[in-house]
Write a protein that binds this ligand. Structure first.
Ligand code: ZN
Length: 230
């Protein structure tokens, strides 16, 4: 897998700091599981964060202070969150051979969708476009879904209210920014409007997380959005 589009510094920084919502965090973890470059940058950020924490740590604060606080609050275990620490078990040290299995689905996603993309229960939402909502991680504002786009079909132009992360799981697409292939991630903020189009050779399946519903720029896509909830 040759990856050309990576996570931005700000997204990786927020992931490392644990400030992203879960839907966005899952896509970050999914990309990191297949991208040695981003995993190395995440490790560097964690090292810097650890040094800063050490400097700022008050005298006498023990390493199990958080655990003790949770027990005091009546919670015996730390809450399960998708965090940078959890991603360490997602990868091996074998470089390019990362995440290799007979599944097209990156490891962090396998708890939420079938191991094989053809087993997903797709819902048609527009000619050439099928959709699957991953409800388990739906937050108050964010969404997490899979889009299955037929060869040559374009997604209507849209902008965003916040971060939109798109990871290609199968096939490829192109937009104003460039061409995105398997493993690539489009890390877009609210300033960017784009109109992705699936390449003509194969269907393109993407994992998409948004902080808020997309802003479509014409009426028909808005209607599709209304009925599909994306
Ligand atoms: Zn990357």
């Amino acid at each position: 897998m040759s990856i050309h589009h990576h996570l931005s510094d700000s997204t990786l920084g927020a992931f490392t700091a644990g400030t992203l919502i879960e839907t966005i965090s899952l896509v970050v973890a999914s990309h990191i599981s297949v991208c040695p470059d981003c995993r190395k940058r995440k490790d560097q950020l964690e090292t810097i964060g650890g040094i800063q924490l050490k400097i700022a740590e008050p005298e006498g604060l023990s390493s199990d202070a958080l655990q003790k606080t949770m027990i005091r609050l009546g919670k015996q275990e730390l809450p399960h969150v998708i965090s940078p620490a959890n991603t360490s078990s997602l990868s091996s040290s074998s470089g390019a051979a990362l995440n290799v299995s007979n599944s097209e689905v990156p490891k962090p996603l396998r708890a939420y969708i079938p191991n094989h993309l053809e087993d997903v229960e797709w819902k048609p939402i527009a000619p050439g476009i099928k959709f699957f909502a991953i409800e388990d991680l739906k937050t108050a504002n964010g969404t997490l879904s899979l889009l299955n786009i037929a060869p040559g079909v374009n997604i209507p132009e849209h902008g965003h209210h916040g971060i939109e992360l798109t990871q290609v799981l199968k096939g490829s697409f192109s937009d104003e920014i460039g061409r995105f292939e398997v493993g690539d991630i489009a890390d877009l903020d609210s300033d960017i409007k784009h109109q992705p189009i699936a390449d003509t050779s194969d269907s393109c399946i993407c994992l998409i997380a948004t902080e808020a519903p997309l802003k479509f720029t014409s009426m028909l896509p808005r209607l599709v959005q209304y009925f599909s909830g994306i």
